[in-house]
Design a protein around this ligand. Structure first.
Ligand SMILES: Nc1ncnc2c1ncn2[C@@H]1O[C@H](COP(=O)(O)OP(=O)(O)O)[C@@H](O)[C@H]1O
Ligand SMILES: [Mg+2]
Length: 298
């Protein structure tokens, strides 16, 4: 991975013009908790002001989580960072190959097989056909779908489709990985298995931006967080601090606990790896059998 991976936005704004908005008397005064502000642009067209003055500078190795109410602008920000949306004002410069994972099912074709869908989905996420073929066996094994992978996708249950989608998503090598919610919404048993792959995916990604309502997930995958509120950046910093400001002490304490457990898990692994290394070294020492010792002394 190289230094050319970066994301830079300057005073970026995204408006959605709503040409069929009925009320001529629509006022900007009422600002609900959820949703972006509603206003009018220069041509007097009603607009949803989804993002306002976003200044963001991300580089290789950054793992940032997005929190905020429904309609705060998280998904819009991810789409801006993926290049799907252009800023209405300001600028957004994205350098690197982007893997946008917004909707697990997008790009899947019900009429073709699981195998074929794995390739198509991979291409959509910026991989080549050759890369996907090389990963096919490993993805197939992860999905545990066996012979089903030869059947058309329309014969799969929702959970089976999610397995295919998660298999592909966690197999790619993205420079910029953009994850939007949803990925946590699979059954717990499978998620446990997917978590390890998801963490490995994040580790080999250049930049991660992850919108989630699960603080546990955020703490597992990210090291900083950003609170988006009514289209603006409200706070940016450590996950615990941002969650405390956004959701309060209980949520922040939970985050601290998750991070503590993760660190312990990691250092536990390190400790046992060291133990293994020590016992390997002790195995290297030539061990004389009783017979050898006897032969020597004779
Ligand atoms: N395609 C769209 N057309 C019009 N308004 C939109 C569109 N997408 C999002 N919005 C509005 O933009 C605001 C931000 O939405 P979104 O980015 O989806 O929020 P979040 O992901 O934080 O829930 C909301 O007020 C939403 O209604
Ligand atoms: Mg969203």
């Amino acid at each position: 991975m190289t230094e050319h991976v970066s994301i830079e936005t300057r005073d970026a704004c995204v408006d959605f013009p709503i040409f069929d908005a009925k009320s001529r008397s629509l006022k900007k005064a009422f600002l609900g908790k959820a949703g972006g502000s509603i206003g009018r642009n220069n041509s007097d067209v009603v607009v949803v002001e989804a993002l306002r003055d976003i200044n963001l500078s991300l580089k290789e190795g950054d793992r940032i989580g997005l929190v905020g109410h429904n309609g705060a602008g998280k998904s819009t920000l991810l789409r801006l960072l993926s290049g799907i949306y252009e800023p209405t004002r300001g600028s957004a410069s994205i350098r690197g190959r982007v893997a946008p994972v917004f909707d697990l099912g997008v790009g899947m074709d019900p009429e073709i097989s699981g195998y074929e869908n794995i390739i198509i989905r991979g291409l959509f996420l910026g991989q080549t056909r050759k890369q996907m073929l090389a990963k096919m066996d490993e993805i197939a094994e992860f999905t545990e779908l066996g012979e089903y992978l030869s059947m058309p996708l329309r014969t799969y249950s929702t959970g089976m489709r999610v397995r295919v989608a998660m298999g592909v998503v966690t197999s790619i090598d993205p420079e910029i990985l953009l994850l939007d919610e949803g990925i946590g919404a699979v059954d717990a048993e499978f998620m446990k298995k997917a978590r390890v792959r998801l963490q490995a995916l994040v580790e080999r990604s250049g930049i991660l931006v992850f919108a989630s309502h699960s603080n546990e997930f955020l703490a597992q995958l990210c090291d900083t967080a950003m609170w988006i509120d009514h289209g603006r950046i409200r706070q940016q910093g450590g996950i615990e601090d941002v969650v405390r400001a956004y959701e309060g002490d209980d949520a922040a304490d939970h985050v601290r606990h998750v991070i503590y457990e993760l660190d312990r898990e990691k250092s536990g692994l390190t400790a046992s790896a060291e133990r293994d290394a020590r016992s390997d070294r002790s195995n290297e020492r030539p061990v004389r059998t009783a017979a050898e010792a006897e032969a020597e002394s004779a």
